[in-house]
Design a protein around this ligand. Sequence first.
Ligand SMILES: O=C(O)C[C@@](O)(CF)CCOP(=O)(O)OP(=O)(O)O
Length: 323
Amino acid sequence: MSNWVRAHTNIALIKYWGKENENLIIPMNNSLSLTLDAFYTETNVTFDDDLKSDQLYLNGHMQDFNALIKVKTVLDLVRKKAGIKTKARVDSYNYVPTAAGLASSASGLAALAGSASRAAGLDLSSKDLSKLARRGSGSASRSIYGGFAEWQKGHSHETSFAVPVDAADWDIGMLFIVVNDKKKDISSREGMSRTVNTSPFYQGWLDTLDADLNTMKEAIKNQDVHKVGEIAERNALKMHATTLGAKPPFTYWSPDSIKAMDAVKQLRETGFSVHFTMDAGPNVKLICRQSELEDIKHHLLVDFKESQLISAKPGPGLHAISK
Ligand SMILES: O=C(O)C[C@@](O)(CF)CCOP(=O)(O)OP(=O)(O)O
């Protein structure tokens, strides 16, 4: 029985950075993202009575127990909902350009939620799929939808899910500057936990989010890519500022991250509407007009290799595929 589904990664423009409830993955604030076409995960789940334990094959290679932790959380919730105890085999393929360090947990856990629920005979609504994916990884809740999606924080499992905001069928795109960095990144889960628990800047970050979200939604409604980028860049810088006050302090930025951020500022000075955002890694993600992607890419080739520059357009939500 084929239960192949595809989910695309999403990049937050208003960041999720901190949990109110770690176990249920309830966030401190609402977040808003853009789902992209370029990076996605395809997953198939099969429940099999002959299996003694859950198995995860990632890009064809069997994974160890640790990689299974988030997967088992989702599988256990599906088994409970379906009233079964059967173990499952999960086959997942990440279609992320060879560039290292591009997070795929959002697309991976969203695809898992979609395929596991189908394989267990559940026909979940998008809202319930978003809640299920959220329990695997918070940002996965947003990949259920294409275009712009808002994860409404809620205060319980039942009330914390994403909703679609805008189809993003207008002139907006993203360009990734992939900065391969040797040092081991601190995972987003650990990074946000340490920040919430120890950074004196954290409350200041939280205090500004309602205004950021409201102005962002207004900018999206007006299809104002310059304003969308401006708000997103400021939001990302505030998020990353919180990590410098954590104990011990840390940053996801590498020297090449700062080189990339400077390149964006220079592009703005030459008249492009281009801004950047960053997540739990050194890569820098540009927000610009889709119609200007190639021109911007051309300018960046002065400082970066072609292989480091990856264009992306808005992408679709979770959907079944035939393989
Ligand atoms: O995507 C965003 O809103 C912002 C971030 O990417 C910034 F790094 C965090 C994503 O965190 P995630 O991996 O979802 O954490 P989990 O719930 O602990 O699995």
